[in-house]
Design a protein around this ligand. Structure first.
Ligand code: HBI
Ligand code: FE
Length: 300
């Protein structure tokens, strides 16, 4: 896993923010300032992930990469990507220097703007970084924004987020984002495939989430997902599997969230590996990886 979207973590010390930041937390990309070493880090990560995609990624992710010409090498210019992306689904990418506050994040998504980190991880962070950098955000998230139904889901999530702001349910909304946009799996004719950006920007979790016997794999259910805790520091202990982007989109737009938030407030949250009696189980995880201490543990 590669990022950190806990709402408590998005408070900023003013002195850490760059001078050229706008009120909506966007900054210029400053593409000219990337060093050759930084472009080489992108290329290394890109090459490593690209090899895995044919066996693990859902086809619209693979198609998205080529529609956006993401294979040209080096950290992409957001302006170039936007020219293509905007034609395809009306989305654009806006550069940000850090995690942005939840209300600002929702506002961007509701307007079909995806905030993407303009910085790249260091060489000693190739396998793990908490903050969403340009590789995670652009390689991981942007290809899926070329899928029209998924693109609508992302906007609906942002709109739902804005509407939810008075309800004290950020944790539930963050869980929905986490278990779909970041760590989602989808059932396809080729078998289980990945569409989550947090997985597809991580070589080790790409294999783990599909092949390892450790994690639970449950059928997606909106309410179950929203009440389930999630891990921000290691591979997930549960993955949720959707049938299609259409059904994911419909689940969010057809649900009346006000009574749902009422129920979620009264009910306890569920732990990261909890399986309730009504869950539709695709695989009951052994949890061997987590029991062995996690974080790339070697389990025999
Ligand atoms: N900001 N840049 C950035 N990227 C995110 O993924 C992000 C964020 N702010 C808030 C946030 N995610 C989440 O807390 C929301 O899903 C609730
Ligand atoms: Fe992300």
């Amino acid at each position: 896993m590669t990022d950190q979207t806990d709402s408590q973590e998005t408070e900023h010390h003013l002195q850490d923010l760059p001078d050229d930041i706008a009120a909506d937390f966007t900054v210029p990309q400053h593409w000219e300032d990337y060093t050759p070493e930084q472009h080489a880090i992108w290329d290394r990560l890109y090459t490593r992930q690209e090899k895995l995609l044919p066996n693990y990624a859902e086809q619209s992710f693979i198609d998205g990469l080529s529609k956006l010409n993401l294979h040209r090498g080096g950290i992409p210019k957001f302006d170039d990507l936007n020219e293509e992306l905007e034609k395809l689904t009306g989305w654009t990418i806006v550069p940000v220097p850090c995690l942005v506050p939840d209300d600002i994040f929702f506002e961007h998504l509701a307007n079909r703007r995806f905030p993407a980190g303009n910085f790249i991880r260091r060489l000693d962070q190739l396998d793990y970084i908490q903050e969403p950098d340009v590789f995670h955000d652009v390689f991981g998230h942007v290809p899926m924004l070329t899928n029209p139904v998924f693109a609508d889901y992302m906007q609906a999530y942002g709109e739902g987020g804005l509407r939810s702001l008075g309800f004290d349910c950020l944790k539930n909304l963050a869980a929905l984002y986490w278990y779909t946009v970041e760590f989602g799996l989808v059932q396809t004719d080729q078998g289980l495939r990945i569409y989550g950006a947090g997985i597809l920007s991580s070589a080790s979790e790409t294999r783990f989430c599909v092949e390892d016997p450790s994690p639970n794999r449950l059928k997606f259910d909106l309410e179950r997902v929203m009440r389930t805790d999630y891990r921000i520091d290691d591979f997930q202990q549960t993955y949720f599997v959707i049938d299609s982007y259409e059904s994911l989109f419909r689940a969010t737009v057809d649900t009346d969230f006000a009574p749902l938030y009422e129920r979620l407030h009264k009910a306890p949250r569920w732990q990261v590996d909890y399986i309730d009696n009504e869950a539709e189980l695709l695989h009951r995880g052994t949890q061997a990886y987590a029991k062995a201490g996690g974080r790339f543990a070697k389990v025999s």
